[in-house]
Design a protein. Structure first.
Length: 215
């Protein structure tokens, strides 16, 4: 339950232009100047950590859940990011919880998400993204993906398998001084985000994230 803490400097624009310039077009996609979808997908990418406390028979251990948001397959029909949740690897734990005592489930699997821009033909997509972030979280549609969800004390293969396709994933900035900010106050990182994912059956996942590596 550890994660490396490293940082990669660079601006959003420079990273995005370099990524597009060095990559061949994906099937059924057109590549020109970066648009609002490109900016939203790139903004969300990173390797993140989320704090969790796991209780064993003889101790309580503070650990970090790993969440990776990276570019999706270039052969996808639509531009997507993959959002990968890793096993807590808390074998033998009686339960895992946040610092307020609420249960933290184990989450294992990958979701593929895309973004629908508010102004798809805007000639100021970076400014539009910043304005959208000021309004609240950025919404991403879950194109496909499943997560195994359940108690950290259970075997991973026994966890409930939840279909998230057609659901929604939201990422937004954590506001300074908020309850979420206090949960990640001890973690160094370039960005603090709140992740909220909801499946069609009502299953909901909410996690505070700290970016520990830019992707």
């Amino acid at each position: 339950m550890t994660i490396a803490r490293s940082f990669l400097a660079g601006t959003l624009v420079a990273t995005l232009i370099a990524a597009l310039a060095g990559s061949p077009p994906a099937r059924a996609q057109t590549r020109g100047a970066p648009d609002a979808v490109d900016f939203a997908l790139l903004w969300s990418r990173g390797a993140y950590a989320s704090p969790v406390v796991c209780r064993f028979a003889d101790r309580a251990q503070v650990g970090l859940r790993r969440v990776l948001v990276a570019a999706g397959p270039r052969t996808s029909e639509v531009r997507v990011n993959r959002v990968q949740f890793f096993d807590l690897e808390a074998k033998g734990a009686e339960r895992c919880h946040d610092d307020l005592g609420a249960d933290e489930p184990n989450l294992i699997g990958t979701l593929y998400v895309t973004h629908s821009a508010r102004r798809p033909r805007s000639d100021t997509p970076e400014r539009d993204l910043e304005q959208d972030l000021e309004r609240g979280p950025i919404a991403f549609s879950i194109v496909r993906g499943r997560l195994r969800v359940g108690s950290a004390s259970a075997e991973p293969d026994s966890l409930r398998d939840v279909e998230f396709a057609t659901g929604t994933l939201r990422l937004g900035r954590i506001e300074p001084g908020s309850d979420q900010a206090r949960r990640v106050a001890d973690l160094p990182g370039a960005r603090q985000l709140w992740l909220d994912a909801e499946a069609p059956d009502g299953t909901r996942v909410g996690l505070p994230l700290v970016e520990v590596e830019r992707r």
